[in-house]
Every structure is written in structure tokens, then in C-alpha cells.
Design a protein around this ligand. Structure first.
Ligand code: MG
Length: 387
């Protein structure tokens, strides 16, 4: 049986991936966390991995002292430690479930080492798509997406020659899908925090509500499936049963459906596409009603911005995701308004260079400079608003 390294093992996807791996009888040979010492310690005691990385080096020292003498897990930290967790264990499969760009180097190393990648990190393809895909082609490393939509598209394309007419990328519409433009403009962070569907974490909830998240998924789909922007259509599908679909030259579309449960796409990737018994339930078909609508780009301009970034190419998408990180933080802190998120994003990426970034180091540099620009724009908007 195969073993897996789980980067980001204390997060939502990471913890679910551990359950899926155990259920599949796989060994978890490496794990990593950013800050969560306590949970990582529990995971070490339970899984006895070869390597465990805690990004924070102070905490990593404390962790090394806490684990018992019977456990031989090597504790690593920092960027080098994360790379070691990705490629230094016996794992054949590396699940990247970290957030942000800090695992880019480790992901790149894992691809270079021809590991199979289960990719659950959004920023990797949005900010460094050209580098990641080129390296995967060179090394022969297989990238199996774990984001539910991309897993669905991947599954729809299985058994085809990879050619298609159109990708239909579905979208729940987010928590504010029925609000008017005027109502949306008034949404504040408190209201967003009170929203009943608040279970995914603050950042992703805001990104779902602005459709920025869907925009990033359009960019990811473009890299993963070599699809030009005009071949990717977003459809609002509030039931979240069809996780995405692909239409072919003969007019036939294949849709992938199931209960919305992340353990489905996680298992598909970890089991390397084998259909085996898992932890997800199955659909109850009688009475099932499915609707599909076009998104309103007037109310949700961040989605249009993602398409623009895709058409423009180069590092524009990288600037967009960098700006959006800070804009969402500023919105949650009450410093800027809801539609200011769009303004910050749009203004940050206008002057982006055309060339694709050439290295991971350059991606990190470009991210820094985009964040500096975005910060200036946020400060200007916040002071205009007297906040
Ligand atoms: Mg998704």
C-alpha cells in the first residue's frame, strides 16, 4: 500500500485527508502545520510519521521536546523543513493542503521528484501556474486536483483524449447571491461574520461571496486542463450537486455529481483514481432538483477580473490573489467596504508585467511587490473613508 505526505495536515482538508488515508489503509509518512503545535503533536502520536514539519521554528523546538522517546518522527521547521516533509519521506503521493504561497517551494520540489501530487492549494496554480505545469510536464509528475470542481472536471475527462468544447464550472453562488448591488455595497464585516453559512473560515467565505474564489478556480482550471478562458463557463448552481461538467465536440456533456463532501475528491486523488469504498454517502435521487444560471458580473465584478487576468497572462493573476488577500483582511477589519475589495484588486493589477514569472523565487518577489502596492491602495481608501 502506498503512503502519503500531507502538507497542511491540521487544516480542514488536511484533517479530512488523514481520515480518508486511514480508511484506505494508507500510511501517512509525513505531515506539516504552520502554527498548530497541539494538533500536530496529537497527529504525530497517532500516525507516527517519518517526518513532521512545524513552520514556526520556536514551536518546532518545543514540539521536539514534547514528543515521547518511543516515537522516531523527525521534527523539521521552516522552508527547508517543509521541502523535507514533501520529498524526504517514503511517500509516493504528496497532498498539498496548505493555504497561501508558503508551500510553493515544497510543491515544486515534490513535482521535480516525480511524486504524484494531490493538489488542494489554490494559490499554487493562480500565482505560479506556468512554472508548476511546465515542471510537471518535464518530470512526468501527475497532478490530481482535490478542489471539488477541478476533481469533477478531471473525472469527466477520464477516458477521453483530453479534447473538449467547454468546461462548465459550477458555483454555489455564495452567501450573498440574492442581494442587489445596493444591498451588497452595504454588507459589512459584522454582517458577514453573522452569516449562518459561516463555517468555511472567514477568508474563503468572503471569497465565495465576491465570486473571487470562483475566479481563481477559473484560472486553476485553465492551467490544469489547458483551457483558454473562452472555453470555461461558470454556472451558478446553488444545490452544489453537480460539481462541474465538461461538454464535448458531439454536443454531449458529462457531469460529475455527488453529495457535497470534500472527502470524495480527497479520496479520488489519494486512491489515484480508483473507485473504492469510501467515507462519503451517496445521492438521494428522488425529488432532486437542479438549477443552473449565469453569474451576474455586474454584481460580482471580481469574477470578471479573474477572466481579465487570465486573458492578460503573465503575473496579473499573481497580483490579483496577492491584492485580494490583503483586501479581504482589510474588509474583515472594517477598514474598507465590500466593493472596495474589487477596487483594491483591480487597481493593484492594472500595471502588471506581461511575462510569466521564471522561478518560485521570482513569484515570491512579485507577490511582495503586489502586496506593497495593494497596501498603499487600501490605506488610501481607508483614510478616504475615515477609517
Ligand atoms: Mg471549489
Amino acid at each position: 500500500l502506498k503512503s502519503v505526505a500531507i502538507l497542511g495536515s491540521t487544516g480542514s482538508v488536511g484533517t479530512q485527508a488523514i481520515e480518508v488515508a486511514i480508511n484506505l489503509g494508507m500510511r501517512v509518512s509525513a505531515i506539516s502545520a504552520n502554527e498548530n503545535l497541539d494538533l500536530l503533536e496529537q497527529q504525530i502520536n497517532r500516525l507516527k510519521p517519518e517526518i513532521a514539519c512545524l513552520a514556526n521554528s520556536q514551536k518546532a523546538k518545543a514540539l521536539a521536546q514534547r514528543i515521547g522517546p518511543g516515537i522516531k518522527t523527525k521534527i523539521t521547521s521552516g522552508q527547508a523543513g517543509l521541502v523535507e516533509a514533501a520529498i524526504g519521506s517514503s511517500a509516493e503521493i504528496v497532498l498539498v493542503a496548505t493555504s497561501g504561497t508558503h508551500a510553493l517551494e515544497a510543491l515544486h520540489a515534490a513535482i521535480k521528484a516525480s511524486k504524484t501530487i494531490a493538489l488542494a492549494n489554490k494559490e499554487a496554480l493562480v500565482s505560479a501556474g506556468s512554472i508548476i505545469i511546465a515542471e510537471a510536464k518535464r518530470s512526468g509528475s501527475q497532478i490530481i486536483p482535490v478542489d471539488s470542481e477541478h476533481s469533477a472536471i478531471y473525472q469527466c475527462l477520464e477516458g477521453s483524449n483530453g479534447e473538449f468544447e467547454k468546461i462548465l464550472l459550477t458555483c454555489s453562488g455564495g452567501p450573498f447571491k440574492n442581494l442587489s448591488k445596493e444591498e451588497l455595497a452595504m454588507v459589512d464585516s459584522k454582517q458577514a461574520l453573522m452569516h449562518p453559512t459561516w463555517s468555511m473560515g472567514k477568508k474563503i467565505t468572503i471569497d465565495s461571496s465576491t465570486l473571487m474564489n470562483k475566479g481563481f478556480e477559473v484560472i486553476e482550471a485553465s492551467w490544469l486542463f489547458c483551457a483558454p478562458p473562452e472555453k470555461i463557463q461558470v454556472l451558478i448552481h446553488p444545490q452544489s450537486i453537480v460539481h462541474s461538467a465538461v461538454e464535448f465536440a458531439d454536443g454531449i456533456a458529462i457531469a460529475q455529481m455527488g453529495v457535497p463532501d470534500m472527502r470524495g475528491p480527497i479520496q479520488y486523488a489519494l486512491a489515484e483514481k480508483k473507485r473504492v469504498k469510501g467515507l462519503c454517502g451517496s445521492l438521494s435521487w428522488p425529488g432532486l432538483q437542479l438549477t443552473f444560471d449565469e453569474p451576474d458580473l455586474e454584481r460580482f465584478p471580481c469574477l470578471a477580473l479573474a477572466y481579465e487576468a487570465l486573458v492578460h497572462g503573465g503575473s496579473m493573476a499573481l497580483a490579483l490573489t496577492s491584492a485580494n488577500d490583503l483586501a479581504v483582511d482589510a474588509f474583515l477589519e472594517g477598514r474598507i467596504g465590500y466593493y472596495d475589495i474589487y477596487d483594491v484588486n483591480a487597481q493593484t493589477c492594472v500595471k502588471e508585467q506581461i511575462a510569466d514569472p521564471a522561478s518560485i523565487a521570482q513569484v515570491i518577489e512579485l507577490e511582495k511587490s503586489a502586496k506593497a502596492r495593494a497596501k498603499g491602495i487600501i490605506d488610501a481608501i481607508a483614510s478616504k473613508r475615515g477609517r
